[in-house]
Design a protein around this ligand. Structure first.
Ligand code: GLU
Length: 310
């Protein structure tokens, strides 16, 4: 099966050419609105280290909320199970930046992948650090996961979000009012905006997710990142919560744990087989990459990798 993987990736890439440009590029972050909507990249890295890729797979893009998987992994490493005192593990069924649910639940966000939850996780990563140190720690961690020292934060994206992130400020202030943040709102959001502004290529992102496909150990570097239990649990959260209020639809169509971002990237994991990333900036109505979701649906169909069976 995996011998044919490059052919499958090439075929999907070719088939979707006619769909490029569909969907709506996120423009509430001004810096993201400039991205060419016809970009499309794919990379699949198997647990034996083979890379299969196509299209704009070597072009860095803003990973945005995909970074929330990495910050959650860091927070769990620092705080263990007490992380869950601050953030829940249930799908939200609400838009990624919803404030209504947060009020009903007294400032404890539903899960670590909606904005409020990821802001709470940034607060946890910040413990014992200045914002600059925490941002450095997150970037070093992502470089370590992908085994690539060239990965960087795009400061213009971070700045753009800082200037226009009214809702994120509202969410953070709201949590602070419930005593659910331990650090000043500006510091927490500084960390949050910067990790969302990490730029990566599909190939780097697929490699960074490999530890989740291989029981917590990156088979390319030999580094044990997390225990197999933790890898399994992070995958469970990605499956149930990784696509905002489109998580059910993604599970139905693709059947893989995955995390999307408003930059148009999706990282997904086929446990025991491969880690993959797609990028296409046009988003569907739930804020997930439209062509990227289609590409992963086709890939899961052709490989039989859905966690729910062939
Ligand atoms: N930085 C983005 C925001 O806070 C992330 C959104 C996303 O990718 O879901 O709005």
């Amino acid at each position: 099966m995996t011998d044919d993987l490059q052919a499958i990736v090439d075929r999907i890439h070719a088939k979707l050419q006619s769909r490029l440009g569909e969907g709506k590029v996120a423009d509430y972050i001004p810096q993201l609105a400039h991205v060419d909507p016809r970009k499309f990249g794919m990379a699949v890295v198997t647990v034996d280290g083979k890379v299969n890729s196509a299209g704009d797979c070597a072009e860095p893009f803003s990973i945005q909320s995909v970074s929330k998987v990495f910050t959650l992994t860091l927070a769990l490493g620092k705080h263990g199970e007490t992380t869950w005192n601050r953030v829940g593990r249930e799908p939200s069924g609400s838009p990624f930046n919803s404030i209504v649910q947060l009020e009903q639940e007294a400032g404890k966000p539903r899960n670590p992948f909606i904005n409020a939850g990821a802001i709470a996780v940034s607060d946890l990563v910040l413990a014992g650090h200045t914002p600059r140190e925490a941002i450095g720690e997150i970037l070093r961690f992502v470089r370590y996961l992908a085994d690539d020292e060239t990965i960087a934060i795009d400061p213009s994206v971070a700045k753009s979000e800082e200037a226009t992130g009214y809702r994120n400020f509202a969410l953070a202030n709201f949590m602070r009012s419930f005593n659910k943040l331990s650090h000043p709102v500006e510091h927490v959001l500084g960390v949050y905006f910067h990790h969302c502004a990490i730029s990566m290529t599909c190939t780097q992102l697929a490699r960074a997710g490999l530890f989740l496909a291989a029981n917590g150990r990156n088979p390319m570097t030999g580094h044990t990142v997390v225990s197999s239990q933790r890898a399994r649990r992070i995958n469970a959260l990605m499956l149930t919560c990784g696509h905002y209020d489109g998580s059910g639809e993604f599970a139905y169509r693709v059947g893989l744990p995955g995390k999307s971002g408003v930059g148009g990237g999706i990282m997904a994991v086929a446990p025991g087989r491969a880690s993959m990333a797609v990028w296409s900036p046009g988003l569907n109505q739930n804020g997930n990459s439209l062509v990227g979701s289609l590409a992963l649906e086709m890939l899961a169909d052709e490989t039989g990798w859905s966690v729910f069976g062939h």
